[in-house]
Design a protein around this ligand. Structure first.
Ligand SMILES: CC(C)(COP(=O)(O)OP(=O)(O)OC[C@H]1O[C@@H](n2cnc3c(N)ncnc32)[C@H](O)[C@@H]1OP(=O)(O)O)[C@@H](O)C(=O)NCCC(=O)NCCS
Length: 355
């Protein structure tokens, strides 16, 4: 087995792998991977996708790629063809990717969430390179013929359809809602306004997390101050399958039924449009969110892991809060973490940002 630089490959070399991967995404996660696969092929043909391919007897049997976002590396994917999924090929690809990124000047952090991997044996490979791991869950809920509990309306809050003019305020809301939250340990974009803007840009404009659907996405405003205090964002990941890419509520409004109402609103819209399933991901340790989803009849489709490497080691000593926000957010919603410049790496790839 040879490990080759992905930038020396052509998309034809990966065609059969991507086809196999599409089937897997469909089967395991009800996700149509076509748009992501097309983007991967475009970048491979432009010799612009950094990563490695595993080649056995002249045939490509696996690949992994990564992108850089300023000081951070993101492992976009690792995929190995069925007959070769023994853990060794995956680990070899990942080892190459990780060592390349860790050896790149200026790269201080690496993140990845390998949803399609489930609990296959790759943790060892990450742990041996000093990564932290976080259990995550991919949840689903049937919509067809599955009645939603009635909404308990809060008179102080008004819900409105998504409007892109609120993007910057939505980014501030994310930094407030995730201040000190365990999900900020997994995705450091949640810690700064610039990072949250990048997160939203990915969700709204790139296919990594499905095609954004404004009609099933909602904002919540306090009627007295007109301040944005909650939102739910939804994408379409397959014909008639929706995916909630973000739901968050201002700390001061949490526990009042707003998260429930926002999700209900989105599910009702999806139901009206004859979607049959909705999915989302949640960190296993985010117990209050998980409890809410279970009450709303979501069930686990798959367990997977997120992995994070932080060169400074600071993240390990942070008191991440699993429930949400007992710590005070800093003024204006800005994060206490350094924002870093949020320039694009020009690849057009996104980090497949998730909840
Ligand atoms: C997770 C989050 C979106 C939930 O929103 P919320 O407004 O705090 O939640 P709600 O008030 O709607 O629900 C809280 C509780 O009331 C219950 N509830 C609220 N309205 C209800 C209704 N109409 N019927 C039944 N139960 C209801 C919920 O099930 C939940 O029960 P619990 O007390 O046992 O936990 C919010 O806490 C948040 O933003 N957290 C930080 C970011 C985050 O974790 N996002 C999710 C990432 S996956």
């Amino acid at each position: 087995m040879e490990i080759l630089d992905l930038r020396h490959m052509r998309s034809q070399d990966l065609e059969h792998l991507l086809e196999e991967e599409k089937q897997l995404w469909q089967r395991h996660l009800q996700w149509d991977y076509t748009a992501s696969a097309a983007l991967i092929k475009r970048f491979v043909d432009a010799h612009a996708l950094p990563g490695y391919a595993a080649v056995d007897g002249g045939r490509t049997v696996g690949y992994s790629f990564y992108v850089y976002e300023d000081y951070k590396g993101l492992i976009g994917d690792v995929f190995v063809s069925g007959a070769f999924t023994d853990g060794a090929t995956e680990s070899e690809l990942l080892r190459n990717v990780i060592e390349t990124m860790q050896g790149t000047p200026g790269i201080r952090r690496i993140e990845t969430q390998l949803m399609n991997f489930g609990d296959r044996p790759i943790s060892q490979c990450f742990h041996s390179q000093n990564f932290q791991s976080f259990g995550r869950k991919f949840l689903f809920r049937e919509l067809a013929g599955c009645p939603l509990s009635s909404l308990s309306h809060n008179r102080d809050i008004a819900l409105a359809p998504w409007d892109p003019r609120w993007t910057s305020e939505a980014a501030h809301l994310i930094t407030r809602a995730y201040h000190g939250h365990i999900d900020s340990a997994i995705n450091d974009q949640y810690r700064s306004h610039a990072g949250a803007m990048r997160f939203l840009d990915n969700i709204l404009h790139y296919p990594g997390c499905g095609r954004f659907d404004a009609g099933c996405s909602f904002l919540a405003f306090r009627k007295d101050t007109s301040r944005l205090c909650g939102m739910v964002l939804t994408s379409v990941v397959r014909d008639r399958v929706g995916h909630i890419t973000q739901v968050c509520v201002d700390p001061e409004a949490q526990g009042t039924g707003l998260g429930f109402n926002l999700i209900c609103e989105s599910l009702q819209k999806l139901q009206q449009r004859r979607f049959h399933t909705v999915t989302l991901t949640v960190t296993a340790a985010n117990s209050s969110a998980l409890r809410l989803y279970e009450k709303m009849q979501f069930s686990t489709l798959r367990d997977f892991q997120a992995f994070v490497w932080d060169a400074s080691g600071q993240d390990r000593s942070q008191p991440w809060n699993h429930q949400g926000n007992t710590q005070e957010p800093s003024a204006g919603g800005a994060s206490s973490a350094p924002a870093g410049s949020e320039e694009s790496d020009g690849s057009g790839r996104n980090s497949r940002s998730r909840l």
